[in-house]
Design a protein around this ligand. Structure first.
Ligand code: S3P
Length: 165
């Protein structure tokens, strides 16, 4: 069983993904971690040296590799849905789960995180608002299941996903 978690930064993909993988007794793969270990650089360093486009290239490669591993829960970076080729790959999963939360909650969860470089020159809330305008339809289009993580805890989110497996 291959499950892919998508959604904006701070929506809970990594936390919920880890718990879900444990519950299913399958490997957990985080595309951001794969990118960092393969590059030998942090995400901000990759953005600095190679730009966002360099990061996106690495991200497509990491997604391909993660999906080739067979069974597992794959947590993705918030921007993974931007490239059409990634969306085609994501559709090959058995279950795609879109995690979401209100902008103010996403902002509080990620504010000050040095591992998440700014993607625009806007304020954090404005950035999230603007990028979600572009990304939300892409997340929605791919999702088999959508969960608002702002009103439930990790175990409740995992239980909802498990019902779909
Ligand atoms: C990004 C989200 C990050 C990471 C990179 C770019 C984005 O992943 O891939 O900083 O464009 O939204 P998380 O969603 O795990 O924070």
């Amino acid at each position: 069983m291959k499950i892919v978690l998508i959604g904006y930064r701070g929506s809970g993909k990594t936390t919920i993904g880890k718990h879900l993988a444990t519950a299913l007794n399958v490997p957990f793969i985080d595309t951001d971690h794969l990118i960092v270990s393969q590059a030998g650089m942090s995400i901000p360093e990759i953005f600095h040296k190679e730009g966002e486009s360099g990061f996106r290239l690495r991200e497509s490669r990491a997604l391909k590799e993660a999906l080739m591993l067979g069974r597992g829960v794959i947590s993705t970076g918030g921007g993974i849905v931007l490239r059409p080729e990634n969306r085609i790959l994501i559709r090959t999963a058995d279950l795609v789960v879109y995690l979401t939360a209100p902008v103010s909650i996403l902002a509080e969860r990620i504010r000050g995180d040095k591992n998440r470089p700014a993607l625009t020159n806007l304020s954090l809330e404005e950035e999230i608002h603007t990028l979600l305008k572009e990304r939300s339809p892409l997340y929605e289009e791919l999702a088999d299941l959508k969960i608002d993580t702002s009103t439930i805890d990790v175990n409740q989110a995992v239980a909802i996903i498990l019902k779909k497996t």
